[in-house]
Design a protein around this ligand. Structure first.
Ligand code: NAD
Ligand code: IPM
Ligand code: MN
Length: 349
């Protein structure tokens, strides 16, 4: 299984180094046939070469690799983050990775930020539409940089795009014995685009009579994620709302450094990355939490059909939390690389 590794920028490099150690260890322990190839695409590479992603980059990712692992992209030296748009959003769009799969699973009660809540209350998955919405950059600026400036940024919702992410959410629920799917939109205010979400959700829900389909406006969802997250099993929403609620999800898991994700197109080369960004102030200081990245490598293995390896990795991360072999963001006193080393040693034992 050939894996493209794009460490990227900032703490992306720090956490990817640990996920790579873990993948190499899994290869030794279970014989998973993993071949990692490192790609240098990043702010550094862009500033040196003027290239964000080479012209054949997307084809290469799609045709030469079984999966992609990404650290994070974003660097203050590239103020418009053109490279991040080309590499990360570019891969999502060009590889048509329409289902952004973001599990929100608390691994230990001690990490829960909510009073009197624990593992039983924080265990759901979010499916974020990943190829349209406000992310498509349709629009423009008129009279830019004048007092008369007009800035238009359209939200694109297509029947195909909305239908396939909602179907994916229901199919995931059915395949995993889950009984509830909640769709969040803003159809009270966004009466064109989100009417489409309403219509499609009702149609698809009717095909799954055993699954309880519910709807929330996104503002209410944000509130209930904090007040009563235990009610959720599967949440499906659009690109922007999914971005925002999965940072709340990160906090529910103990912090953004714990959150993992997969950008999926079932049956095709998919991309796995922690939910967090490049956190420039923490970069290169051996302080970033590598667990979100390591858990993303587990999601990657699960998607590649190596469920047992994925479970082993998750168990090793859980053991590290119990042993308090953790970084400062979740209350520990270890560095990024010490946490990775501990998890590797646990896997090998
Ligand atoms: P961020 O996720 O990088 O960091 C926000 C805060 O969360 C940090 O200051 C830090 O306190 C905490 N944090 C995040 N990850 C952590 C970790 N692993 N360990 C410990 N603490 C952690 O978000 P931001 O500051 O808004 O963005 C920084 C840059 O990253 C921007 O350029 C942004 O566009 C980019 N970004 C990239 C991705 C990606 O590549 N997938 C995702 C989000 C943001
Ligand atoms: C994420 C990130 C990206 C997004 C940024 C870097 C464009 O926040 O993956 O959650 O908004 O999708
Ligand atoms: Mn985000």
């Amino acid at each position: 299984m050939r894996i493209a590794v794009i460490a990227g920028d900032g703490i992306g490099k720090d956490v990817t180094a640990e996920a790579v150690k873990v993948l190499n260890a899994i290869g030794e322990v279970s014989g998973a046939p993993l071949e990692l190839e490192h790609l240098p695409w990043s702010a550094d590479y862009y500033l040196q070469s003027g290239i964000t992603i080479p012209p054949n980059g997307y084809d290469m990712l799609r045709d030469d690799f079984d999966a992609i692992f990404l650290g994070a992209l974003g660097d203050p030296r590239v103020p418009d983050n053109k490279h991040a748009r080309d590499i990360l959003l570019g891969a999502r769009f060009e590889l048509d990775l329409y289902a952004n799969y973001r599990p929100v699973k608390l691994l230990n009660d001690v990490l829960c930020p909510l009073k009197d809540r624990g593992r039983k209350d924080v265990n759901f998955v979010v499916f974020r539409e990943n190829t349209e919405g406000v992310y498509v950059s349709v629009g423009g600026r008129f009279k830019a940089n004048t007092p008369d400036e007009v800035a238009i940024q359209e939200e694109i919702n297509t029947f195909k795009g909305v239908d396939r992410i909602i179907r994916h959410a229901f199919a995931h629920a059915a395949a995993h014995g889950l009984t509830k799917v909640c769709m969040a939109d803003k159809s009270n205010a966004m009466q064109q685009g989100h009417a489409l979400w309403q219509r499609v959700f009702k149609t698809v829900a009717a095909e799954y009579p055993a699954i309880k389909a519910s709807h929330m406006y996104i503002d209410a969802l944000a509130m209930f994620l904090v007040k009563d997250p235990g009610q959720f099993e599967v949440i499906v929403t659009n690109n922007l709302f999914g971005d925002i609620v999965t940072d709340i999800g990160g906090a529910l898991q103990g912090g953004l450094g714990m959150a993992a994700s997969g950008n999926l197109h079932p049956g095709r080369t998919s991309l796995f990355e922690p939910v967090h960004g490049s956190a420039p102030p923490l970069a290169g200081k051996n302080v970033a939490n590598p667990m979100g990245a390591i858990l993303s490598s587990a999601l990657m293995l699960e998607t590649l059909g190596r469920e047992d390896d994925a479970k082993r990795i998750e168990a090793a991360v859980e053991a590290a939390i119990v042993a308090e072999e953790t970084t400062a963001d979740i209350g520990g006193s270890r560095g990024t690389s010490q946490v990775g080393d501990w998890i590797v040693a646990n896997l090998k034992a």
